[in-house]
Design a protein around this ligand. Sequence first.
Ligand SMILES: [Mn+2]
Length: 141
Amino acid sequence: MKKHLKLGFHDALRVLNSAKKVMVVSHVNPDGDTLGCMLALGLALMQKGKKVLLACQDNVPTRFQYLPGSELVQTECREKVDVAVAVDCGGEKQLGRLRAAFFKARSTVQIDHHDFGDAFGRYRCWIRSVGGRRDRVPSYP
Ligand SMILES: [Mn+2]
């Protein structure tokens, strides 16, 4: 991981720790990557006492509805949040109709594991994939 990206990770943690209300957004036509990341992060933030909105433009596909928290995912968001987090989104277009709500947040964070894509979050962290298809997941202190 490059130094500036690592700094982005710690900045993102600081911003998330100080937030009261957080929105986590998955990309359009959600797959297991984006949903797994959104739900894991969202549930972890809830356990820390944050108010969390889980959002995706499109409904959770039936094959992923067994995932814990998938029933909480909403397809729109009208609330203003302290921090909006985009997960697995290679560009802001992947936020779909949630783009406006995302950029209304006081701060924005972009978490991704792809080496390509556009930077659009105020804080960005790339989690490099290791060991073939199994991605390394950072712990959330
Ligand atoms: Mn994906």
